[in-house]
Design a protein around this ligand. Sequence first.
Ligand code: SF4
Length: 233
Amino acid sequence: MAETDAAPGAQHFIPPQADTLDALRAAAAGCRGCELYRDASQTVFGRGDESARVVLIGEQPGDMEDQKGLPFVGPAGRLLRRAVDDAGIDPKHIYLTNAVKHFRFELRGKRRIHQTPDRVHITACRPWLVAEFSRLRPDLVVVLGATAAKALLGPTFRVTKQRGELLPWPAAAQRPEDFVRVPVDSAGKVADAPAAQLLATIHPSAVLRADDQDAAYAGLVQDLTVGARALAG
Ligand code: SF4
């Protein structure tokens, strides 16, 4: 797969009249904002309801997500759902998405091996994340791993240092102005986004790769429990 230093970005593919998540999802299916669409099977857009109280953001779809067209349906997704449940967050209230919406991989024989997206892919795909947030009013935003943290919070944020810490949303975002206004109705009326909180933690795939999976899983649940308490409070 060819490396690129620049990409046109997703903005050009977001129709101004797309004012629902379904309309955004349909438009994202045709995105050519970076080269990742060429080798992946399909765009994997976010999944969940506009009324979701918790938005969880991962890195990119994996092999199974790419085949099914849905985020977090592979092994890491199953682990994440269990962790969300163990933390006391109602799975009915979550919206799941990724910072980058096409699967980046390299072929080794017949196997497709995950490759971390580059900055150019994160930047190119960010308009979709901003567009999703334009339809969402979460009480809690959970960033899963370094790639999602870079996409939302900027390149200097360190998940290892700040995981499990509640931060103000959208004030903690890189370019918070992208997230401060949300639509009130389909006629285009907007209002200030309700104050919410943000929490960073590890990506569930990091638990699957850990030498001590039990300890890594416990850490993930512990971080998510901080968020669950914030929701309850
Ligand atoms: S990764 Fe994002 S910006 Fe790149 S083609 Fe896919 S949807 Fe568009």
